[in-house]
Design a protein around this ligand. Structure first.
Ligand code: GDP
Length: 711
């Protein structure tokens, strides 16, 4: 039995909804609620609309929201010339629900849609978009979209009817396109605090600076100086204004977040040690900030040290194209000491000034849009995600979808660990109540109901799995292509364990950058927490290396187990150091590339002929009396004969002697040399000895601080 809701707002004063159902015999039954209103229009088996003078016959009711196709469909019986009516949509009969909607599992729509395969295409979706918009952006036919919506239990009659952003995402996932959720800019924008990331070269004091700043944070003040690392903290000025600091220093985390579309950082603090100056990762940080179009405030650190030379740092930064304030530019520079806590107030002032100039504002009304900066599992409280609200207000109790996970916010805690009812823009907040552990950079989306949350989460998981399989497929094709070029590629299985989800992501991404045609970095398992016995078992099963980043040293039972099983555990706190060690191991493990190398060069001084005295002793042999002038000659090498620079013969060495003694290798000096099947020596010729060597790849650390393995 099918129900139709027909809107005829122009027919009567006020909005009139005419509902009727069609039974199997085709008889229409109008709902009793509308019967009174209908009596004005229904005459026996005919229906007339009066207000706009249009006559509706045989239940042909004009839909005033409809586009040309719907109009053509409705006018079909009026023989409209030139408008082609589309085929009637196939309706999917829906069984009445027997369960509460929240319990109903999300069943993927059965509709098979074929649109041009473009897995990297990103379609922008927004609340209130029409089917027409979605069709135009995704390339899928409207009928196909309608059919998916019908499978999802939603009926959209007209291509110009609007749908919610969540529905648009569900439909987009079904047709296999990637989406970017565009959030409304509507609503009153209010000033908001700046979100700051600390970057710079290793050991220049990023962690120390964050530690010192954290001690001045609101959380530390409220908790008597005791703070816990939850991924972000807030520093408040006397004026009441505040700054939010992301508590994960380094570039990998910044890039990983950005790569996932989470552009939360407003300002970058570039830490440069006054005693060390500009280093590769300083330049890398500058490039990251420039690419992301994020302004920089320079903090020249370690100014307490005797060897500190802030002026030199200024000149170096200036020559790298950073327009410093004291050189007429607009990049502020502050001299600090993170260790002695000197100049921190000046740094905070500079950040406020920068934020002021940027006039940062965000909408505070309406549903929140937020990004996860860190996630961890707490034994008692389950998965916890620290998120920063970008716009709107996140309210406790709301249903949310975070990446591919979902949940209902059981509690929101601020950085001081205090339970709060809501979170406003730029406010870091710890969310409790998720069903699974999200990743740093995941978006937080507020949805209307548990059913919608479940559907979106399952749809996203399905899409992720599809993308993962596609990636494996692509990697295999790529590997097959590489295998054609290089004979051998060894695998380097790695297990990554880190303190928080954000670090897991950053370390995994960084390790993957060491992939090369000779060694395939295969991350077999990742996890949050210290190295466990389970990791050792897994490593033993697949001969994997274990990487522990920012985790505590494993107990001796585990290290002993690892040593016995010949498993290497690499513990690091700095990604760059980890990459250096891993790079060395990769180079060792790489089979190398076979290369021909000239190992020595000799000059022909005399030619001797050894006559074959009988047939059984073989033919006459020519011996070249040579002097090795460079490198060495080996008996196993290939000899190349050159005359006036041209190659005249190439063949294996048949004999190599010095003072009538056979030799395997000879360095500089005189020798007698026979080349197989060669009797064309001339005095003055050059002979080169060619040897096959295996060239190992190189671990390259570029000026910008990026690393790679070069084969
Ligand atoms: P990161 O790798 O950039 O996070 O650097 P860290 O914060 O771990 O600091 C590296 C080393 O520099 C540590 O031994 C710190 O104690 C030291 N350090 C950091 N800031 C200062 C400072 O302002 N003055 C001095 N003298 N040492 C510092």
């Amino acid at each position: 039995m099918a129900w139709r809701m027909l809107r005829r707002k122009d027919v009567q004063a006020g909005l009139v909804k005419l509902a009727f159902r069609t039974d199997h015999g085709g008889t229409k039954h109008f709902s009793s609620a509308n019967l009174g209103k209908l009596t004005q229009f229904v005459h026996s088996n005919r229906l007339q609309g009066a207000a706009n003078g249009t006559i509706f016959q045989h239940y042909t009711i004009r839909n005033f929201h409809a586009g040309v196709y719907m109009l053509a469909w409705s006018r079909k019986k009026e023989d409209v010339v030139g408008l082609k009516a589309p085929k009637k949509e196939k309706r999917v009969k829906r069984e009445p629900r027997t369960q509460a909607p929240v319990e109903a599992p999300y069943v993927a729509p059965k509709t098979k849609i074929t649109i041009k395969s473009s897995p990297d295409k990103i379609v922008e979706i927004f609340d209130g978009m029409t089917l027409h918009d979605l069709s135009r952006r995704s390339g899928a036919a409207i009928s196909a979209l309608q059919s998916i919506l019908a499978d999802l239990g939603e009926r959209v009659e007209s291509e110009f009817d609007t749908i919610s952003i969540d529905l648009a995402e569900l439909v987009a996932m079904e047709i296999g396109v990637n989406i970017r959720r565009m959030h409304t800019g509507e609503g009153v924008a209010e000033p908001r605090p700046a979100v700051v990331t600390v970057m710079g070269h290793v050991d220049h004091g990023k962690t120390s600076l964050l530690d010192s700043l954290r001690q001045t944070s609101v959380a530390a003040k409220e908790a008597g100086g005791i703070t816990q690392h939850i991924g972000a903290f807030v520093v408040e000025m006397q004026s009441g204004a505040s700054i939010t600091f992301l508590d994960t220093p380094g570039h990998a985390a910044f890039s990983a977040m950005r790569a996932r579309g989470a552009a939360v950082t407003d300002i970058v603090v570039l830490v440069v040690a006054a005693d060390d100056g500009v280093m590769p990762q300083t330049l890398e940080a500058i490039s990251h900030a420039k690419v992301a179009n994020v302004p920089i405030v320079v903090a020249i650190n370690k100014c307490d040290k005797s060897g500190a030379d802030p002026e030199r740092v200024r000149i170096q930064l200036g020559s790298e194209g950073l327009l410093l304030e004291d050189m007429g530019g607009d990049v502020q520079v502050v001299e600090i000491s993170a260790l002695s806590k000197l100049g921190l107030d000046k740094l905070e002032e500079a950040l406020f000034l920068q934020a002021d100039m940027m006039d940062l504002k965000a909408r505070t009304d309406g549903p929140a849009q937020a990004f996860v900066v860190e996630a961890r599992v707490d034994r008692g409280r389950g998965p916890l995600a620290t998120a920063i609200v970008k716009s709107g207000t996140l309210i406790s109790g709301q249903y949310i979808v975070v990446g591919a996970e979902w949940g209902r916010i059981r509690s929101l805690r601020d950085t001081a660990g205090k339970v709060t009812e809501s979170a406003k823009p730029a406010m870091p907040i710890e969310i409790e109540g998720l069903r699974g552990l999200p990743m740093a950079g995941d978006d937080v989306v507020v949805v209307d109901s548990e059913e919608r949350a479940r559907m979106l989460s399952q749809g996203r998981k399905k899409k992720q799995e599809k993308d993962r399989l596609r990636k494996i497929d692509e990697d295999m094709t790529e590997e097959a292509e590489i295998a054609d070029e290089t004979p051998e590629r060894v695998e380097m299985p790695i297990i990554v364990k880190a303190d928080v989800q954000g670090s897991v992501q950053a370390v995994t991404d960084a390790l993957r950058s060491l992939n090369s045609p000779q060694v395939f970095v295969n991350i077999v398992h990742v996890g949050v927490g210290p190295v466990s016995e389970h990791d050792i078992d897994l490593a033993q099963a697949c001969r994997a290396y274990i990487v522990g980043f920012n985790v505590r040293n494993p107990p001796s039972a585990i290290t002993q187990g690892a040593t016995q099983a010949n498993i290497k555990i690499l513990l690091h706190k700095v990604i760059y150091h980890l990459l250096e060690e891993m790079g060395r191991l990769i180079v060792e493990k790489a089979p190398g590339t076979a290369e021909t190398q000239i190992s020595g060069e000799a000059e022909v001084l005399n030619i001797f002929e050894l006559k074959g005295r009988s047939k059984s002793k073989g033919p006459d042999i020519k011996i070249a009396g040579c002097r090795i002038t460079d490198g060495h000659f080996s008996r196993s090498g290939t000899m190349r004969l050159l005359r006036s620079g041209d190659v005249v013969f190439e063949g294996p060495c048949a004999s190599l002697k010095r003072e009538k003694q056979d030799a395997d290798t000879l360095d500089k000096g005189d020798c007698g040399l026979v080349i197989e099947d060669c009797d064309d020596f001339q005095v003055g010729d050059t002979i080169q000895c060619l040897e096959q060597v295996m060239r190992k790849p190189k671990f390259i650390s570029t000026q910008s601080g990026a690393v790679r393995i070069e084969c």
